[in-house]
Design a binder for this molecule. Structure first.
Ligand code: CDP
Length: 227
């Protein structure tokens, strides 16, 4: 049986992509690569340097010149990997509500996407990878052998993200998380470059009424029937 060597998982925020991809990669012994981390890292850097997020040229330069590394976890604090920006550990900092609120603006810039897509594609083409994002099946790796589009209602996704924020101790309300998520969905799916949408040959799954375990079992059945 031949397994798909590149697996693309796309979908909106908090639809369960990361959990699915991480477990899938573990089961198959593939690399798990979450491309959202890169857009978050550039956004974190821009906020840290107090750059104007409207300054597209400056933000694009950050994306081109900044060294973003994703490495095996160095700490046992619930992280799946370390994220380093020019050597600084930003693994948790890139999950802040400030980054959440601004990342879609940064990710809509064509120059930022060009710089990050190029790096993602290079990693993806090595194979044995589960790559997660918004545009993996459509733009980054259109040749991926298996494409999953994982969806869920915005209310369910906001509920999940709210619980993550509470667990981390962030001071936010459900309503704030819901509004921020609707705004991000809107920007991600209407931007000119690489908007969020399922690839024509993607399998679409809705995770509203499925447990994480049911989602992975379903996807493993696609993996087995793909080759
Ligand atoms: O974890 P969550 O689903 O909330 O977000 P993420 O996957 O970390 O992505 C954060 C943001 O980066 C998204 O809302 C998109 O604006 C952007 N992104 C993108 O444009 N393309 C990707 N391949 C991955 C993320």
């Amino acid at each position: 049986m031949s397994l798909p060597s590149t697996i693309a998982i796309d979908g909106p925020a908090a639809s369960g992509k990361s959990t699915l991809a991480r477990r899938l990669a573990e089961r198959l012994n593939y690399l798990y690569f979450d491309t959202g981390v890169m857009y978050r890292a550039v956004t974190w850097l821009a906020l840290e340097r107090q750059a104007s997020l409207e300054d597209e040229a400056l933000i694009t330069r950050f994306a081109e010149e900044t060294q973003i590394d994703v490495r095996p976890p160095s700490k046992d604090d619930g992280r799946a990997y370390d994220v380093l920006v020019d050597g600084e550990d930003v693994t948790w900092a890139i999950r802040s509500p400030e980054v959440d609120a601004n990342v879609s603006v940064v990710a809509a810039y064509a120059g930022v996407r060009r710089a990050l897509t190029e790096q993602q594609r290079r990693i993806g083409l090595r194979g044995r990878v589960v790559m997660v994002g918004r545009d993996i099946g459509t733009v980054v790796l259109p040749e991926a052998e298996l494409k999953i589009y994982l969806d869920a209602s915005v209310e369910e996704r906001a509920r999940r993200r709210y619980q993550e924020c509470v667990a981390r101790g962030d001071a936010v309300t459900y309503e704030e998380v819901l509004q921020a998520m609707k705004r991000r969905d809107q920007i991600d799916s209407t931007r000119a470059v690489a908007p969020l949408r399922p690839a024509e040959d993607a399998v679409i799954l809705n995770s509203d009424d499925l447990t994480a375990e049911q989602v992975i079992e379903q996807v493993l059945s696609y993996v087995r029937n793909c080759g």
